[in-house]
Design a protein around this ligand. Sequence first.
Ligand code: SAM
Length: 236
Amino acid sequence: MRNLENIKGSRVYGRRQGPALSAARQGRLDKWLPEIEIILPEQKSATAPQCYFNMARKDFWFEIGFGKGEHLAAQAQSHPDIGMIGCEPFLNGVSGLVDLVDQSNLANVRIFTDDARLLMDSLPDSSIGRAFILFPDPWPKSRHHKRRIVGPGNIVVLARILKDGAELRIGTDHMEYCRWIMAHMMDNPDFIWASDSPEDWRSRPDDWPASRYEIKSMEQGRKSSYLRFIRRPRHP
Ligand SMILES: C[S@@+](CC[C@H](N)C(=O)[O-])C[C@H]1O[C@@H](n2cnc3c(N)ncnc32)[C@H](O)[C@@H]1O
């Protein structure tokens, strides 16, 4: 039985557990997690993403805060040769992705059930081919801005783990957070904003499946921004 006590970590600000899982969902969690959960090695040494997969993968994509996993599962299904790594500390969200893995028998998904930053810190330089941060919590109060997952410190870590030319996708429906993200991303010399016209960020690209949060936001009449950044080559 997996419950809150199993989940350690100290830097997550949101909820870790919601309503109790049904016996069926708990059963799927118990069946799948031993197979697909990422456990960090005891010794703090860089661990290549390939080590978490039992088959060679063409590349590794990384999603921070996958919620209930709809986007990650859709990407995994469209790209079976890619190893998809998702981080989500909210147990009911983890259970959502496990259900999708179970339904579609996705062999290329691995889940880290804790703060994404712990896993990011353990990844080697230039090891990730694409990263997604979709509708991160905006923490609107100024005194909470330091909790935002997209901020100067984490942008530096993302620049370290992303390969040259890798894409970082960030979606948000929060205007002030969007301006914050743009300001901090443009401040970092390692990223280039991939946009030629407003159309590039006002509409979701075809190969960017909708996430649950985005659909809810759309239903409530809010507009979202779809920001894409390219990791600048280290040695052009
Ligand atoms: C607003 S929800 C968006 C969920 C999903 N990406 C979507 O678009 O439907 C933000 C998610 O980020 C997760 N999160 C917050 N801090 C995190 C962290 N440090 N590492 C990984 N996930 C985190 C939360 O648990 C929550 O599920």
